[in-house]
Design a protein around this ligand. Sequence first.
Ligand SMILES: Cc1ncc(COP(=O)(O)O)c(C=O)c1O
Length: 386
Amino acid sequence: MSELIYLDNAATAFPKPPVVIDAMAEFYRDYGVNPGRAGYDLAVEAGLMLDGARSLLDRFFNNPARDRDRVCFALNASAGLNMIIQGVCNPGDHVVATMLEHNSVLRPLYEMEQAGIITHDLVPFDGDGYVDPDDIARAIKPNTRLVVVNHGSNVIGTVQDAAAIGRICREKGVLFALDTAQTAGMIPIDMAAWNVDLLAFTGHKSLMGPTGTGGMVVGPDVPIRPTRWGGTGVKSAVRTHLHYFPYIGEVGTANTIGIAGLKRGVEWILERGLDTIRRHEMALAERLIAGLRDIPKVTLYCAGAGERHLPVVSANVEGWESTQTGELLDVEYDIATRIGLHCAPMAHVGIGTTPKGTVRFSVGPFNTEAHIEAAIVAMRDIASLR
Ligand SMILES: Cc1ncc(COP(=O)(O)O)c(C=O)c1O
């Protein structure tokens, strides 16, 4: 069997840089104890690692609060988005989001609306995959509490104008939350310049950490309450959960081995340079798009490799359902892609691919030109079969 060609990096980056795996092994071998719960040397060392990871991410996202404790770790971006949406919305509030949202935003909104707590509206995107910030402005009502936007689409790869949306939210006095699951580690993110009040991130995609890492970053003066309650390792006699950072967003023992890996992943990105990684990935995406465009039976959806795109390409082959194409790519060509609706059903409504979805190719730092050429050849073969 030939070597697997992994083009599913938008689901999770694979492989991870070896230094990430080394950092995780080193943490568990040398000081893998519970941090911040005791004063012995190993606990202090583990606490320093955790603080170091918070400081690194605080700077990485340029939170104007400059307070590492406002980086709250959780399992993933979904947990961060739940903490944000449930932590800032009150009964009677309205939320604005977009048709490009992932279910990690859509489902909390639907659940809270069904429970009679909030209402929400989804702003559409244009034929190229972009949301007009003025449409967001128009959707904001007197009772709008929060605007939550998917920065980079995991379906069509378009990157929204976070700065313009942030400006509107600030002018209108509405909280702005940015879902950076697909962009963190791929595009420099600037909470301060873009007026981002709340940011959700995931560790296992372009930040190059392991699964089980992610969370939220909270800007200055953002009223947010804890949505989960439990042990914090400090102030155990206090009956209720602690209403200060990082405990507002954290409960129980942290995923320290994961965070040790995430920290090394972010350092690895910074050592290589975001620009260098992005240039490599976007050049491959550009080649993939050009190759697929040459195949008459292939349809691409909002594909592009410019500044406002990620190396994420959705396609379909005439005569084949996305599941069939994905299966052929996997079984016949050893190419791993993602098929279906990609947990973003409204994005597929917008591009007209409901209910069958698309085949999604997503490029990572370890992909090569040979991988892309193989994907193009495979798609040409599949197109010629019907
Ligand atoms: C845009 C977007 N938001 C949120 C998520 C959820 O991320 P996680 O699986 O880390 O919770 C994803 C995952 O694919 C995503 O692509």
